[in-house]
Write a protein that binds this ligand. Structure first.
Ligand SMILES: Nc1ncnc2c1ncn2[C@@H]1O[C@H](COP(=O)(O)OP(=O)(O)OP(=O)(O)O)[C@@H](O)[C@H]1O
Length: 268
């Protein structure tokens, strides 16, 4: 399997602070990673390196076989699909859903005069079906629920057939139904052999979809644990990551976590 991400000793420094420190990590084709960590752990900074929006201060960041700093990032970025809240904010609210998806072919937000061919439209239709938003194709983005928007953005991120898919807190701000529908869509994606290597960031174990193969736990800019998800995610590693005693359970393919502190001890 080829390396999609190959980080070696990556650090990012701003002022006196190391936002990332000594990150050595490989993502291979077919991998589906979840990155878990508390607020301020450095997850978004790491995603900014992966999406070629930021260069490391130290170390070597290999992305899709190229080394950041030695390659034109404008050639690399179209090979990477990204969804994030920051990106969602930049989508014009009056844009039709079908145009939000198809316009990714030209890496534009807000369709103007670009011409798309039948293949582009066919691909957009296929992805809207895959993400269960085909019935929303003629609605404007601004009229969608938060959960619907998130699924449309994933369809858009897949439009260019990326080799790496980055999902930064895809379920943030959703109610339980929205979260469950999104996690179901993400599970389908993660279990699809043809889907690109995927890295998903979340704070919540309940949002980890079926099909995730690996986990990277981080805090204060460094890695606490990483490896196959079923080996890495446990009471000890999660408690260390979040600095609080935690108890994690797995029911079927879904994870759940709760405090293992004094309250729980008193109840039992
Ligand atoms: N340009 C900057 N200068 C100084 N500090 C920064 C800068 N950008 C981010 N930070 C700090 O770096 C740390 C890591 O930020 P980052 O956004 O990567 O964390 P995160 O894990 O994504 O957090 P959250 O879960 O809250 O989104 C935070 O403490 C943040 O305040």
């Amino acid at each position: 399997m080829a390396s999609v991400v190959d980080l070696s000793g990556v650090g990012v420094r701003r002022g006196n602070k190391w936002l990332l420190d000594g990150i050595t990590w490989d993502v291979e084709e077919g991998d589906r990673w979840v990155i878990i960590g508390p607020n301020g752990a450095g997850k978004t900074t790491l995603m900014n390196i992966l999406s070629c929006q930021m260069h490391p201060t130290t170390g070597v960041a290999g992305i899709l076989g190229e080394v950041l700093g030695t390659v034109d990032v404008f050639e690399l970025r179209p090979r990477i699909g990204v969804t994030s809240a920051a990106l969602a904010d930049r989508i014009p609210r009056g844009e039709l859903v079908r145009d939000v998806v198809v316009s990714a072919s030209y890496a534009v937000m807000g369709r103007w005069r670009e011409q798309y061919d039948q293949m582009d439209h066919g691909r957009a239709e296929e992805l809207m079906q895959q993400l269960h938003v085909e019935d929303l194709a003629d609605r404007t983005f601004g009229t969608l629920s938060e959960g619907e928007r998130k699924r449309v953005l994933i369809a858009r991120a897949l439009m260019t057939d990326p080799e790496l898919l980055l999902l930064d807190e895809p379920a943030a701000g959703l109610d339980i139904r929205g979260r469950e529908e999104l996690v179901a869509s993400l599970s389908e994606l993660c279990l699809d052999d043809h889907a690109p290597a995927t890295v998903l960031v979340t704070h919540h174990m309940e949002e980890v979809p079926d099909g995730i193969t690996h986990a990277l736990l981080m805090k204060e800019g460094h890695i606490v644990a990483m490896g196959p998800a079923h080996l890495v995610i446990n009471d000890e590693t999660l408690s260390e990551t979040f600095d609080i005693p935690l108890h994690v359970t797995r029911d079927g393919q879904r994870w759940a976590v709760r405090s293992a502190g004094p309250q729980r001890a008193q109840q039992s």
